[in-house]
Ligand binder design. Sequence first.
Ligand SMILES: *Cc1c(COP(=O)(O)O)cnc(C)c1O
Length: 404
Amino acid sequence: MTSASESPAPEKPAPDQALATRAVHPRVPVDFAGRPVSVPIYQTTVYAHDDIAVQKESLDNPRGAFGYSRMGNPTVRSLEEVVAGLEGGVGAVATSSGMAAIHTALGANLRAGAHLVVQNSIYGGTSGLLDDLRKRWDLGITFIDGDDPEQLAAALRPNTAALYLETISNPVTAVADIPVMTAVAREHGVLSVVDNTFASPMLCRPLSLGADIVLHSATKYLGGHSDVTAGVVVYAQEQQFVDGWKYAVGVGSTPDPFGAWLVIRGIQTLALRMGAATANATDLAERLAAHRRVTKVHHPSNPEHPQYSLAAKILDGPGPMLSYDVDGGADAARAVISRLKLIQNAASLGGVETLTMHPVSTSHRTLSDEQLAVAGIAAGTVRLSTGVEAVEDIWADLEQALDG
Ligand SMILES: *Cc1c(COP(=O)(O)O)cnc(C)c1O
């Protein structure tokens, strides 16, 4: 193979050097015949250059040579390129977590005193961050429904910097009307940012529907195995990409090469996992809806879902996330969860294993009754992140817990 470096790799350690010197200088194989089939983990923080002009460029250009791993790393860039390609963006910036992705996407576009329009009932970490930034940077924030262009038009101000949506919301799977909402934002020169974590690019590509920036908690479906914390921001415009990269470099939200590698590996089976888990969730949604202890099922496959037809239009499938309301409120929901054996009670989602949690006791515990009502969350709502196990085994566990 032709080497990407501008000079050949160093020679093997010279036998006339002292053992201490030879121990420090193993040969780094960069120029060898045969390409690695799997993306290697480039566990290096820094890169040597014979040409100082190339070295200088590596510090200023997100597409340039590698110089220092906070600015760019081959494993991380491989992740950025695959996600940018799946989402249809011009470039992507990988981050150390989903929250770092959100901060990178928004932080690079906010000035003190700016105004944001944000979808109701967003991810808890995001509302926490926005609340912090609101006080710190004197932001104005208006919350609206993600499928109501009139609320959006009424909320816009001359200093509105961005519209922030989630493709599918947590835990009641509200679907944002991305094409309609981003069109209104664009008309007013407002940037649209979409958290696409719950859909993944296999089910939705928000940039193709009018968004300017799409982001992921790669901790969830992209990684897919509950073993890595990471994030990615994908940009539709080159200048946005360059500004986002500079911001991430400054903040230092870069992921570790091993974390990036785990996400790359997860993405290789993303289509298979999303397909299998979505089929399981759709089956479970139907069975849950027919169970006497369940009063409501929140899943875009359910014809009673408020955005049933919108979901069919903008999503390539209803997705693996669902929630259901247990008759009897919070105590009944907690009792059902406590009887589960295969399904674990854990505060994350998007892995191969089915996980559950009780929003009112955990992620949404600080919301008032009024806020819960706006978000459509009942005391008895239970969230299910459907995995790829055999659906009969998942159902058997759910059924015995509900009947118990
Ligand atoms: C988990 C999650 C985040 C935050 O991601 P981390 O990787 O935990 O930082 C953001 N948005 C959504 C929708 C999430 O589910």
